[in-house]
Design a protein around this ligand. Structure first.
Ligand SMILES: [Zn+2]
Ligand SMILES: [Zn+2]
Length: 327
């Protein structure tokens, strides 16, 4: 399908800055008509032959520049449950990169040149969002050590505590990217997203952007979601065990119950920068503007800039903690 302007026939796209459909040709807003076309081999606008990847759900015609959403890749089993529309447009994404890298010493002069930026695209990355109920039972022995001096003698008192924790936490929409082409580490660094902006799926949000269906099924990727929840549960447990000199666990049992899975599209700006024969990948979170990149200086390390990488702040929906301590 393609979104055409009723006034001038131009290709209407979703404009994040205005939060509306926008025709770049005659500048009208919300003037779009859907033109359905089932083809995945030719452009719905100009008829030019088009070749798309195995997972492509939205792309751009190389001939006429129209953005096309492929019907059969957004329907049936491929219909997303949720979409997080872009909030950051291209200018804002470039500004975010500029702010981050302008001050860095490496920055080559052509880093954000018009020519290099032509290849910068907004992409709806497929994600699975998993919901869990976590029950964590912990039992162990804690010590608190107190020392003091009286005259020439030093005294040490060790108190032993029986510790029990019963923690229940609900984790809502733990994200795992389902795109083979996107690095797992980079996508994890894109977090956090603010889920309050999630919408029911509407293909109009994809006009003006690229997109993919999930490359892998939800069960295949669930291990990564569980790892994230386990890590977050350990963090919560540790936070509840502050104040002890030492802790010896006797029993730890974390039980995860999955109670929901959603297929969602999350917005990411992708910028590939060629420098001295190497390609550097930069990503900008299309909702928050957070920048993730691999700079020519730190070759191996992917770094996140701007925002803190506290992943689970937004995903824990409830936390009930029962604490039992017996001296
Ligand atoms: Zn128009
Ligand atoms: Zn075309």
């Amino acid at each position: 399908m393609i979104f055409k302007c009723k006034n001038c026939g131009g290709n209407a796209v979703y404009e994040p800055g205005r939060k509306k459909m926008y025709c770049p040709h005659c500048e009208s807003l919300d003037s779009e008509d859907i033109v359905r076309d089932k083809s995945i081999t030719q452009c719905a606008n100009c008829g030019a032959p088009i070749t798309i990847g195995e997972y492509t759900s939205a792309s751009k015609c190389a001939h006429c520049g129209s953005y096309i959403v492929f019907d059969e890749r957004v329907e049936g089993v491929y219909e997303p449950h949720l979409i997080l529309p872009f909030k950051v447009n291209k200018e804002m994404a470039v500004e975010a990169l500029n702010t981050e890298f302008r001050k860095r010493t490496f920055t080559p002069s052509g880093f954000l040149s018009e020519k290099s930026l032509e290849g910068m695209n907004g992409m709806y990355v497929p994600f699975w969002l998993y919901d869990y109920q976590a029950n964590y039972d912990f039992a162990g022995t804690g010590t608190k050590v107190r020392t003091w001096r009286s005259g020439d003698t030093e005294y040490t008192e060790t108190s032993y505590y029986d510790i029990e924790r019963h923690m229940h936490a609900g984790f809502d929409k733990v994200p795992v990217d389902a795109s083979l082409g996107m690095g797992d580490g980079e996508m994890d660094l894109m977090e956090p997203y603010t889920y309050a902006d999630l919408e029911g799926f509407d293909p109009k949000y994809m006009s003006g952007f690229f997109g993919e269906v999930y490359n892998q099924e939800a069960p295949e990727l669930e291990g990564r979601a569980k790892e994230k929840v386990k890590e977050a549960s350990e963090t919560l447990l540790r936070q509840s065990l502050g104040g002890y000199t030492s802790i010896t666990p006797r029993n730890k049992n974390l039980n995860l119950e999955r109670d929901g899975i959603n297929f969602a599209l999350l917005p990411v700006w992708m910028y590939l920068y060629q420098y001295r024969g190497k390609t550097y990948r930069f990503h900008v979170n299309g909702q928050t503007g957070k920048v993730v990149g691999k700079t020519p200086v730190s070759k191996e390390k992917v770094l996140a800039y701007g925002l803190s990488a506290m992943v689970f702040v937004s995903t824990i929906t409830s936390l009930i903690l029962t604490i039992l301590e017996v001296l």
